[in-house]
Ligand binder design. Structure first.
Ligand code: HEC
Ligand code: HEC
Length: 424
């Protein structure tokens, strides 16, 4: 029995989280000011906007908008189905997996601007896997970004606290921080050498929390990077033009005059504002059955990784256009319920991919936040699980004992467990 976390859960009434969830799916976090509501509206429009060739889309890309993949059940959500799964590819060089940047990696861009009006002068086609020895792939499903300003506002110390084996965790459950380079500082400190194996933070790093392997530390970085990688728009931090297999940009394909395309990160900051201000999805009332399910959730060790609560920092600042920063009261000093420790865990050979990201080896994945799970139709990093039950069944490694306990539940207990998860 997981006494500490269970007591914490019992003490904090669920109404505490109503302070931060959105009033409706895809709406802003509760308590935004009129100024912030306006930034949210502008950001949402940018998130849904189909970028054009003149704005820097392509030459290869996956979708012209963020919402092209992040849409279920509203802008900012997960993908429905798996048609837009993203393929990471890398070269296996004697056990070292290189992200294959020089061959157009780290992901395949399946489309080219040649298929769009105005792209007729561009001769390239979407990317396929380069025929290189040792090329391997990792397939990733699109997760939701609801409530991500709150996750960005969590201090490193809060995440570190849960790291390692703890007396109240089931035997075998550990979890580690995936330290990530803080991109914004790295640009200032070019000389810094990054050691991803370190256990404590040093230099311009932050506890990773975004991405399936917690490979990224800041929400701002996980705005500009997909802008570049999925849409092909170049930005000050990510100036690389993506072409098939990394070849030169053929004449007729570089149609945007601004370089980098998003010259002063104007669009990136709008997209960031949407991601920072979009609230966690509304929760359901806890029925007696869901309350029974919550007890089971703690008793069989799900909460050892799917951590119920964490706190955000006292003062969360969001970048504004032109370099100023703005304190967001609605994201500061809040108790949130993501149901994740944001740590990476060894999940066993059944969930192994070929990709190392920082401290997260091929079997390591970030505990997926369970808030809003009832709105998803695919689960696990590759979207291969159709139900919550299937996703749970496939936990191995550190979660093996928890999975064994789960498999020993009666059908009624299992139903209660999922009624609880579907309330989050
Ligand atoms: C082609 C589909 C696709 C498009 C378009 C796309 N994304 Fe994503 N997004 C993904 C996938 C797949 C992941 C998981 C990445 C990983 O960890 O491997 C992801 C992850 C994320 C995450 C981290 C989610 C988490 O759980 O931590 C953020 C934030 C994000 N995307 C923002 C954006 C923004 C901003 C845009 C537009 C500039 C965008 N995405 C466009 C597919 C997409
Ligand atoms: C050792 C840590 C750990 C424990 C214990 C654990 N989980 Fe997970 N859980 C994870 C990780 C890591 C993932 C992501 C795995 C992946 O995508 O490959 C995950 C993913 C999930 C998902 C899929 C969510 C989604 O949106 O894709 C569900 C559902 C889930 N866990 C439920 C449970 C339940 C129920 C229990 C208790 C029986 C449990 N987990 C115990 C770490 C854990």
């Amino acid at each position: 029995m997981n006494k500490h976390t269970f007591l914490a859960a019992a003490v904090l009434a669920t109404s505490a989280f109503a302070q931060t969830t959105a009033n409706y799916p895809g709406g802003p976090v509760k308590g935004v000011t009129p100024f912030e509501q306006n930034l949210f509206d502008i950001g949402k429009a940018a998130y849904e906007h189909d970028f054009t060739i003149a704005q820097g889309l392509g030459p290869t890309f996956n979708k012209p908008s963020c919402a092209g993949c992040h849409f279920l059940p509203a802008t900012g959500g997960s993908e429905s189905g798996t048609a837009n799964n993203v393929t990471h590819f890398m070269i296996n060089n004697q056990g070292n997996f290189m992200p294959a940047l020089e061959f157009g990696g780290p992901v395949l861009q399946l489309r080219s601007i040649a298929e769009l009006p105005g792209g007729e002068t561009c001769s390239i086609v979407g990317e396929t896997l380069p025929p290189l020895p040792g090329v391997t792939t990792s397939i990733r499903h699109t997760p939701p970004v609801f409530g991500f300003g709150l996750l960005d506002a969590v201090r490193d110390e809060e995440i570190v606290e849960y790291q390692g084996k703890k007396p109240w965790k089931l035997p075998g459950v550990a979890g580690q921080v995936n330290w990530a380079i803080e991109m914004e500082s790295l640009v200032r400190l070019q000389a810094f050498t990054f050691d991803p194996t370190r256990k404590q933070p040093a230099g311009p790093v932050r506890a990773g929390r975004f991405g399936w392997k917690s490979q990224t530390g800041t929400l701002y970085q996980f705005t500009e990077e997909p802008f570049n990688i999925e849409l092909g728009v170049t930005t000050p931090f990510f100036p690389r033009e993506f072409t098939p297999n990394g070849g030169p940009v053929p004449a007729g394909c570089g149609l945007a005059s601004a370089q980098p395309n998003d010259t002063n990160s104007v669009e990136s900051i709008k997209l960031m504002h949407f991601q920072a201000l979009v609230g966690p999805l509304p929760r359901q009332q806890l029925t007696p059955k869901a309350l029974a399910g919550r007890v089971i959730f703690h008793a069989i060790g799900c909460a050892d990784c799917h951590r119920p609560h964490m706190k955000t920092t006292k003062d969360y600042y969001m970048p504004l256009q032109g370099g100023a920063a703005h304190r967001v009261e609605a994201l500061s000093n809040k108790t949130i319920a993501p149901y994740s420790d944001l740590l990476v865990h060894d999940m066993g050979p059944g969930l192994e991919d070929g990709r190392v990201m920082g401290r997260a080896g091929p079997r390591f994945w970030r505990t997926t936040p369970l808030w809003g799970a009832r709105f998803k139709d695919r689960f696990l990093h590759d979207g291969s699980a159709l139900t919550l039950d299937e996703a749970t069944e496939r936990h191995g490694g550190e979660a093996q004992l928890s999975t064994d306990l789960y498999n020993a539940l009666t059908p009624a207990q299992e139903e209660a467990l999922f009624e609880f998860i579907n309330s989050l």
